[in-house]
Design a protein around this ligand. Structure first.
Ligand code: ARG
Length: 467
């Protein structure tokens, strides 16, 4: 075996006790700059807040702090204009920025890392990033809820089949079905709001793990970065990734909801159902079958949960069993969260576009609502209400009538009064009024029920909640 040559001399940021640089493969496995450069804005904001605090507490001179503050803005503009020389041998975004800052401002740059460690630095950067993503998810969910609300409002009284087991169950309204998703996405929004509130404590100043002997002001940096307060335990501050896990968990549930509606769109847009038409903007053609209009966006949305839940499981697995405090394992958190967040934001935008553009086929919805003996429950309820039958007996009599209709190849309203009276002599002509689908949905006025008036009331409630 030949010794692998060193890639360079000892690391300029921490190499005091090292005679040589790392092996090339060590560098490849160790470096995170390839992905954590996405934290540049947060890293610079954190460093600027830290420098200002070091000056306010007399730990740094105002002159040094000003040079650092200005230099960091130069670094920011270099990164944003694509001029920043990212260097893999400087491992991560923190060391890349600090090293470049020192090139720009000299000696003062080397003082920035006083009373701080990369452990609290990465913790604060990542929290700031995930906090922004919570806000983006909340905004994205609100747009999606608005798209569902517009559909619900337009079709508050359009009748469609409601399903259980994907078998026709009872007629419902289109608006009611759309509002079911508003409820789901509203809970998702609440989870991101909760997570954001809980994560809004600032770990900066925990330093490596034990706090610092410098007279820092953690409340000042927390305030400057928009946190509610500093974290209260330095060990926990650098070893906690709950905020990322909560973001991933909320993202997973949201993606599961997206996946459920995506599946409905795939079914509904098929030639067999024809419940909805998806616009050309959200479908693709087949290269061989000219008639095809495939619901690719919906299919992809049905699948995206796989990635997001995968990231969630990955981060749980990374964090599981880690002794306090920071371990390098935790560097593996970022790619998972970045990918999950990108996937979620894209998914929310795609679903919002699809829902906004889709057209319900009212005739097909209504025809499907009327088939499959969907008003059998209404008939049973009529027997209870009008004839005083116990529900179980009414259920049985209705079942007999369904079997009779099925045998004749007709639907319930097509049976004659004579047919009906064979099963129960008390049945009267006015039973036919409850067998219509419109009557069925109009009658379901219980709070949260499918009646158009209930739907309109819920649309109004959500509109006032969302503003
Ligand atoms: N790149 C590291 C990460 O993402 C930064 C923290 C490094 N800390 C350390 N002690 N090596 O976790």
């Amino acid at each position: 075996m030949t010794e692998r040559p060193d890639t360079n001399s000892a690391n300029q940021m921490w190499g005091g006790r090292f005679a040589s640089g790392p092996d090339a493969i060590m560098q490849a496995i160790n470096a995170s700059i390839g992905f954590d450069q996405r934290l540049y804005a947060q890293d610079i904001a954190g460093s600027r807040a830290h420098a200002a605090m070091l000056a306010a507490t007399g730990i740094l001179t105002n002159k040094d702090a000003e040079a650092i503050g200005e230099g960091l803005l130069t670094v920011l503009s270099e990164i944003e204009t694509g001029k920043f020389p990212f260097r893999v041998e400087l491992e991560d975004i923190h060391l890349n920025i600090e090293s470049r800052l020192t090139e720009i401002v000299g000696e003062a740059g080397k003082r920035l890392h006083t009373a701080r460690s990369r452990n609290d630095q990465v913790a604060v950067d990542f929290r700031l990033w995930v906090r922004d993503q919570c806000e983006a998810a909340i905004t994205g969910l609100e747009a999606l809820m608005q798209a569902f609300l517009a559909q619900a409002e337009a079709g508050a009284d359009w009748v469609m089949p409601g399903f259980t087991h994907l078998q026709t169950a009872q007629p419902v309204t289109w608006g009611h079905h759309m509002l079911a998703y508003v409820e789901m996405f509203a809970r998702d929004r609440g989870r991101f709001q909760d997570a954001r509130r809980r994560m809004n404590e600032c770990p900066l100043g925990a330093a490596a793990l034990a706090g610092t002997s410098f007279p820092i002001d953690r409340h000042m940096t927390a305030r400057a970065l928009g946190f509610d307060r500093p974290t209260a335990n330095s060990l926990d501050s650098v070893s906690d990734r709950d905020f990322a896990l909560e973001f991933l968990a909320a993202s997973s549930i949201t993606a599961m909801h997206l996946s459920r509606f995506a599946e409905e769109l795939v079914i509904w847009s098929s030639a067999q159902f024809r419940f909805v038409r998806l616009s050309d903007r959200w479908t693709t053609g087949s290269s061989i079958m000219p008639q095809k209009k495939n619901p690719d966006a919906a299919e992809l949305l049905r699948a995206k949960l796989g990635r997001i839940l995968g990231a969630t499981v990955a981060l749980f697995t990374i964090m599981k069993g880690l002794a306090l405090t920071y371990s390098k394992d935790m560097q593996e958190d970022k790619e998972q969260v970045f990918d999950a967040a990108d996937t979620l934001m894209l998914g929310l935008a795609a679903m919002t576009g699809m829902v906004g553009d889709m057209t319900a086929n009212r005739d097909a919805l209504k025809a499907a609502a009327a088939s499959g003996f969907s008003t059998a429950t209404d008939l049973a309820d009529w027997l209870v209400r009008e004839l005083g039958l116990p529900f179980r007996e009414a259920h049985h009599a209705t079942g007999t009538l369904v079997a009779m209709a099925e045998g004749k190849g007709v639907d319930l309203p097509d049976l004659s009064l004579g047919d009906m009276q064979c099963v129960h002599p008390g049945i009267r002509q006015d039973v036919f009024a409850v067998l219509g689908v419109e009557n069925s949905v109009n009658s379901r006025t219980s709070y949260g029920g499918t009646a158009p008036d209930q739907v309109r009331a819920q649309v109004a409630r959500w509109r006032s909640v969302l503003g």
